[in-house]
Ligand binder design. Structure first.
Ligand code: SF4
Length: 345
C-alpha cells in the first residue's frame, strides 16, 4: 500500500515579506508563484511587523536588498523568529532555486503587484568587473546570459516596457541578439542598474542609439551609469566621448557617484566629480555608502533635488531641515516653488 505523507497534502499558509526596495522583488515573485502552484495560500506584505489580526503561518519569508535595512530586518526577525530571510542586504546566500530545489525557476507572480504594468527581469547575471564595495561579482560571478527580452515581457495587453535588472548588459555573450530583440520588437528598455561605461566599446555604442532606452517612468530618454572612483576619470570620460560620437548625448546620462567609500576622500574630491558630470551635461546622482553619514545624505538631497540651482552647497549645508521643508510651499503661497523646478531624474 502506498503511504501518503499527509503533511505534503496540507495547504500551507505562507507570509512573503518585502522589507525594502521600490521595484517588484523577483525572488519573492518566484517564491509566490511556486507556493501558489502547490495550492498554498500566500499573504504578501511590505510590513516587517506582525499586525494585530495576523494568524500563524507555516512558512515566513523576508527579503531585504539593502544593507541599510538592518534595523527593519531586526524588527522582522523579532516578530517572526522562524522566518527565512535573504537578499543582498543580508548574509544569507540562499537562492530561491535552493529552496524550491530546482536548477532554474523562471516563473513570476505579478499578482503581488497588481498596479504594476511593466515587465521586469534579468537578461544576464554577473559582471566583468569586481568593484570592492559591490556584492554582484561575489553573488553572481562572471557575466553570463539569462532570459531573452521576449521571455521577460509579460505579453499583451501589457506595454512593451522592460525593466532590466542587469548589471552588465554588454558584457554577456551574444548581447547582440538581445539588442536585436529590443530594436526589432520595439521595446522600451529601462537599464535600471546602469550600463558599464568603463568597458563600453565601439560596437555597443553603435547599437545603443537604436535601442529605445528610457528612464524609470518610461517617459524620458535616459541611460544610467556610474563614476564611483575619482581615479577613473580618464576611462569614464572616454566612455562618454564614445557614446557621444555614436549619438548618445551626455544629457541622456544619469551618473551615479558613490560617496563615502574611499578612505581619505575629501569634499574637494566629491565636488570635483559632481562638477565634472554637470559640465558634460549629464546629471550627477550621489550614492551614499554610509547612510548614517548625515552630511553625505544632505549632499545627496542637494544634488538630486536640484537645490544646487538655488544655493551653493556651502550655504545649503548649514540650513536646518525644518527650513528646507518650508521651501516646498507653492508660489501661490508667495514662496518659491522648488518642486516645480525639480524635473524627472
Ligand atoms: S561594475 Fe557595477 S555591478 Fe560590476 S562590480 Fe562594479 S559596481 Fe558591481
Amino acid at each position: 500500500m502506498i503511504k501518503v505523507n499527509l503533511d505534503t497534502l496540507k495547504k500551507k499558509r505562507v507570509r512573503i515579506t518585502q522589507l525594502d526596495g521600490k521595484l517588484p522583488n523577483l525572488a519573492l515573485m518566484k517564491l509566490s508563484h511556486w507556493h501558489k502552484s502547490k495550492g498554498d495560500e500566500v499573504y504578501f506584505t511590505q510590513s516587517a511587523k506582525r499586525t494585530l489580526f495576523e494568524e500563524n503561518y507555516d512558512i515566513i519569508y523576508g527579503s531585504s536588498i539593502f544593507n541599510f535595512s538592518k534595523k527593519k530586518q531586526g524588527v522582522f526577525l523579532r516578530d517572526f523568529p522562524n522566518a527565512i530571510i535573504g537578499g543582498t542586504g543580508t548574509d544569507n546566500k540562499t537562492k530561491v532555486e535552493d529552496i524550491v530545489d530546482l536548477n532554474s525557476y523562471e516563473y513570476f507572480d505579478y499578482d503581488l503587484y497588481p498596479d504594476y504594468q511593466n515587465s521586469i527581469g534579468f537578461s544576464q547575471r554577473g559582471c566583468r568587473l569586481a568593484c570592492k564595495f559591490c556584492v554582484v561579482p561575489k553573488k553572481e560571478g562572471k557575466n553570463k546570459g539569462n532570459s531573452g527580452i521576449h521571455d521577460i515581457w509579460r505579453g499583451d495587453p501589457y506595454p512593451k516596457n522592460i525593466v532590466l535588472l542587469d548589471n552588465d548588459f554588454f558584457g554577456q555573450p551574444n548581447w547582440q541578439e538581445k539588442a536585436k530583440e529590443m530594436i526589432e520588437g520595439k521595446f522600451k528598455i529601462n537599464f535600471s542598474q546602469g550600463i558599464n561605461i568603463r568597458l563600453i566599446d565601439e560596437e555597443s555604442c553603435e547599437i545603443l542609439p537604436q535601442i529605445n532606452y528610457k528612464d524609470t517612468k518610461f517617459k524620458t530618454k535616459r541611460l544610467y551609469t556610474a563614476w564611483d572612483n575619482l581615479g577613473d576619470e580618464k576611462i569614464f570620460m572616454k566612455g562618454v566621448e564614445r557614446l557621444t560620437k555614436y549619438g548618445v548625448p551626455s544629457s541622456h546620462l544619469l551618473v551615479y557617484m558613490l560617496i563615502g567609500f574611499k578612505k581619505g576622500e575629501t569634499w574637494e574630491d566629491i565636488y570635483y566629480r559632481f562638477n565634472k558630470i554637470h559640465e558634460i551635461g549629464a546629471f550627477a546622482y550621489p550614492m551614499v555608502f554610509d547612510n548614517s553619514n548625515k552630511l553625505h545624505k544632505k549632499f545627496q538631497k542637494w544634488a538630486i533635488q536640484r537645490y544646487y540651482k538655488f544655493w551653493a552647497w556651502e550655504d545649503f549645508r548649514d540650513k536646518p531641515l525644518t527650513w528646507l521643508r518650508n521651501q516646498h510651499y507653492s508660489k501661490k503661497g508667495g514662496q518659491l516653488d522648488l518642486l516645480s523646478e525639480i524635473g524627472d531624474t
